[in-house]
Structure formats: structure tokens, C-alpha cells
Write a protein that binds this ligand. Structure first.
Ligand SMILES: *[C@@H]1O[C@H](CO)[C@@H](O)[C@H](O)[C@H]1NC(C)=O
Ligand SMILES: *[C@@H]1O[C@H](CO)[C@@H](O)[C@H](O)[C@H]1NC(C)=O
Ligand SMILES: *[C@@H]1O[C@H](CO)[C@@H](O)[C@H](O)[C@H]1NC(C)=O
Ligand SMILES: *[C@@H]1O[C@H](CO)[C@@H](O)[C@H](O)[C@H]1NC(C)=O
Ligand SMILES: *[C@@H]1O[C@H](CO)[C@@H](O)[C@H](O)[C@H]1NC(C)=O
Ligand SMILES: *[C@@H]1O[C@H](CO)[C@@H](O)[C@H](O)[C@H]1NC(C)=O
Length: 388
């Protein structure tokens, strides 16, 4: 009897195939997910994603900021584009205008509430005081968003150019909400008289405050969240220079400072697990930017980079960084003026100005995180609207 065997074989192979599919989709649910069509991005954060907010409100940046891509200062704390710029481009969306910028802005496809120096919690000292942080901390960014959401719809009714420069109401529930904030809450602690242990102990409150804001944005109808954790702050020249006696790890980063960043990330991830339970309609992706950035310090050569701990645009010392003169400034040495400009090849450098990354590093990090390899759940940026 040949046919039953054939039939049997066929049945077996069909069921094998189905099991394989089932197996593949259990292991890798991403296969089944369609790309999202995000009509807009609303971003909250600090200088890691500020596309011109602080610069519009306070001190404009000067050359060589922006030189690599924009060929002029573009409100970004880098020589070129930021991770958020690469994200917007990947969806075919324009770069995000800063909410605080009153000139030439287009909010049709989103708005950026991030400002350099922003913290999650109210900072003790604000700009322009020395050592100050941004007055636009996360609670304020939330209030700005509330106003933006309401007022943009009122102003759209004027029609014409107003309608074109502002998002449609249905963009809000369908938009991607991105976050990159927390680094300044840690550095504010480090640069005050708190011990590392005290800063570390403040982390749960900071993260709790963050969670409350995510929930409030959800309550306004946001559904897709892409949340960056905080980077390896202990690998940045501003920490390395100011805390020279801090213990170094194998790659020269200040270990205790990175330990606090990792504790922040641990608590953030825990908070996001809770948010997924509390916000049943939200797709919330936690993105381990820390690990993507840290690979640049661990194996710079492998990725085409060099001198990851040294600022490209800075002055003095082992890390080419000094808090007394910043990138774009001038310093008088032995009676002659020295302009603090760019290094020769920013395209192979990780650190731009002692605190921020180069466009090349930002692009590398974007390429790493957009695949989903650093996400929890492990979904690529393109499908981050799906709750899995
Ligand atoms: C989905 O998005 C990714 C990333 O932008 C892109 O590479 C891919 O071609 C898209 N797939 C489809 C089916 O559009
Ligand atoms: C966050 O913390 C600040 C103090 O730093 C507090 O004023 C504010 O009410 C908190 N925000 C939320 C949403 O809990
Ligand atoms: C730290 O303490 C010193 C001495 O008490 C004080 O002069 C300084 O202003 C403090 N710094 C900060 C940031 O609180
Ligand atoms: C931070 O606090 C957590 C929880 O108490 C602890 O496990 C961790 O070792 C602390 N890290 C540092 C750097 O103090
Ligand atoms: C400034 O002059 C002193 C004395 O001539 C010299 O030792 C030092 O190297 C000079 N510093 C710089 C940055 O040129
Ligand atoms: C340090 O910064 C200066 C600008 O002040 C730049 O010319 C120089 O190339 C930088 N050094 C390194 C090693 O990148």
C-alpha cells in the first residue's frame, strides 16, 4: 500500500512544517509583525535627543557644533545627527522640530520636548546659573505636551499653513513616543556633595517619577513607547576628568559611576514591566542603549573607532576635556588665544565634546538598536507599535 504511506509522509511533513512555523513564531514573534506606520514622533529627553530646544531658549551653540552634517550649529550637542534624527529618517519622517523653537518649525510629524540638561526630577539649580540644569525637566515636558496636543488642534482650525504645520488629531494615538532621560539626574547627584551610594539610593524615586509621566502620557492616548535606558556615564570625559581617582574598569571607564547607571537601568526595566501590566493597551519597548554604547568603549577598533575616552572637541588633560573651556570656546594660553575646535577625524571618534557622542557614534548606536537586538521585548524599531 503505497498511497497511505505517501499520504502519511505528506501529513507528517505538513505537520512538521506547521510546527516549524509555530516554533519560529514562538521564538521570534517579530516574523509575524507588520511594519508600523507612525505618522509622528513625540520625544522627551535631554541633550542626547535635543534637536534645538535648549539652544532656542538659552545659549545658541557655536561652531564646530553641527559641522559634519548640517554644516552649521543645528541645536544639537554633536557634530551632526542624533539617534532621534536617524530614527525619524528611518520612518521617512522629517527631523523633529523643537517645541521651544519659535522659528521655522514644522510640527506636522511630531514635536521634540527634549532639552539639553533636562532631568526627570526638578533640579536644584537651573540655567543660566553656573552648574545649572534645564528648567524643562520631565514634568514640564509633559505639561508642554498637554498644551501642544490641545492647542495644535485649535490652531489647525485656522486652516491654511496652520493646518499643514500641525499634526492631525489621529496622529496622537498612532504616534511613537520616545524617551531618553535620566543621565542628568545621576550627574546632578555626582556633582553635588552626594556620595555615590547616596546617588544610587535616589534612583528608585527618580525612576518612579519617570513611570508616573509615562502613565500620564498614556492616559492622554499614547500607545507606542520606545524607551532608552541611560548610557555608560562613567565612560564620558566629563566624569573621567572630574573624578580622576574613581576606580577604572578594563576599558578605562569609571566603574562606580557606570554601576549607578546600571542600577538605574535595572530599576527602569523593572518599572517598565510594571507599566506593561498597568497600561494594557500600550506597546512599551525598553531599549538597552547602555550596552550598544558600551561596545564602543569595549571594542572601538572592531567598529572602526579610536580613542573612545577622549573628546574630539575639547581642551586639555588625558581626556581632552576641561570644564573651564567648552567645545566652540576659546582659551588664552601663554598670551595666545586657542580656539577649541574639532579633531581631524570626527568620523572615527566616539566622544564629541566630553559629554556627548559624535554623529558617527550616534549612527552606530542607531544601527544597533533599531534591529531589536537591544530591545525588550526583542522587536525592531519598525514594529514597535505591536504589543507582544
Ligand atoms: C520594514 O521596515 C524596515 C526598517 O525600516 C525596512 O527595512 C523594511 O523594508 C520594511 N518592510 C516592509 C515590508 O516594508
Ligand atoms: C517628580 O518629582 C518632582 C520633584 O523632583 C515633584 O515635584 C513632582 O511632583 C514629581 N512628579 C510626579 C509626576 O510625581
Ligand atoms: C559642596 O560642599 C562645599 C563645602 O561644604 C560647598 O562649598 C559646595 O558649594 C557644595 N557643592 C554643592 C554642589 O552643593
Ligand atoms: C545600588 O543599590 C542597589 C540596591 O540597594 C545595590 O544592589 C547596588 O549594589 C548599589 N550600587 C552602588 C554602586 O552603590
Ligand atoms: C606656556 O609657556 C611655558 C613656558 O614657556 C611652557 O612651558 C608651556 O609648555 C607653554 N604652554 C603651552 C600650552 O604652550
Ligand atoms: C582635542 O581638542 C582639540 C580642539 O581643542 C582638537 O584640535 C584635538 O584634535 C583634540 N585631540 C584629540 C586627541 O582628539
Amino acid at each position: 500500500m503505497e498511497s497511505p504511506i505517501i499520504l502519511n509522509y505528506f501529513t507528517i511533513s505538513v505537520s512538521c512544517f506547521c510546527m516549524l512555523l509555530l516554533y519560529a513564531s514562538t521564538l521570534n514573534p517579530v516574523f509575524a509583525l507588520k511594519n508600523c506606520t507612525f505618522p509622528a514622533i513625540f520625544n522627551f529627553g535631554d541633550s542626547n535627543s535635543d534637536t534645538g530646544g535648549l539652544s532656542a531658549a538659552f545659549i545658541p551653540l557655536t561652531p564646530p557644533y553641527g559641522e559634519t552634517f548640517f554644516h552649521r550649529p543645528a541645536g544639537r550637542f554633536s557634530d551632526g545627527r542624533l539617534i532621534i534624527d536617524f530614527m525619524a529618517s528611518s520612518f521617512g519622517l522629517p527631523f523633529l522640530s523643537a517645541y521651544l523653537d519659535s522659528l521655522g518649525t514644522n510640527f506636522r510629524h511630531g514635536a521634540n520636548f527634549a532639552t539639553a540638561g533636562s532631568t526627570i526630577r526638578l533640579p536644584a539649580t537651573i540655567f543660566p546659573a553656573a552648574g545649572g540644569y534645564s528648567p524643562f525637566y520631565l514634568d514640564v515636558q509633559y505639561i508642554e505636551f498637554v498644551q501642544f496636543k490641545i492647542r495644535s488642534q485649535i490652531i489647525r482650525q485656522k486652516g491654511g499653513i496652520y493646518a499643514n504645520l500641525l499634526p492631525e488629531s489621529e496622529y496622537f494615538p498612532n504616534a511613537l513616543y520616545t524617551f531618553d532621560i535620566g543621565q542628568n539626574d545621576l550627574s546632578e547627584g555626582f556633582f553635588s556633595n552626594m556620595t555615590i551610594e547616596e546617588v544610587n539610593a535616589s534612583v528608585p524615586d527618580i525612576v518612579n517619577n519617570f513611570s508616573i509621566n509615562v502613565k500620564r502620557i498614556y492616559d492622554l492616548g499614547a500607545r507606542s513607547f520606545w524607551i532608552h535606558n541611560t548610557g555608560p556615564i562613567g565612560c564620558l570625559p566629563y566624569i573621567l576628568t572630574n573624578f580622576p581617582s574613581a576606580r577604572r574598569d578594563n576599558y578605562g571607564c569609571a566603574k562606580p559611576y557606570n554601576d549607578v547607571a546600571r542600577y538605574f537601568n535595572y530599576k527602569l526595566k523593572e518599572a517598565i514591566v510594571q507599566l506593561r501590566i498597568n497600561l494594557p493597551l500600550a506597546a512599551i519597548t525598553y531599549v538597552d542603549v547602555y550596552s550598544a554604547k558600551y561596545s564602543l568603549f569595549r571594542e572601538p577598533n572592531k567598529y572602526g573607532f579610536e580613542l573612545p575616552l577622549v573628546a574630539c572637541c575639547g581642551y586639555g588633560g588625558k581626556y581632552n576635556y576641561s570644564s573651564s573651556v567648552e567645545c566652540g570656546g576659546t582659551i588664552t594660553v601663554n598670551g595666545s588665544q586657542i580656539f577649541v575646535g574639532s579633531c581631524a577625524r570626527p568620523s572615527v571618534r566616539v566622544n564629541w565634546d566630553g559629554i556627548h557622542y559624535t554623529e558617527a557614534a550616534n549612527k552606530f548606536v542607531f544601527n544597533q538598536i533599531s534591529t531589536g537586538a537591544f530591545s525588550d521585548p526583542p522587536i525592531p524599531l519598525a514594529v514597535a507599535c505591536h504589543r507582544v
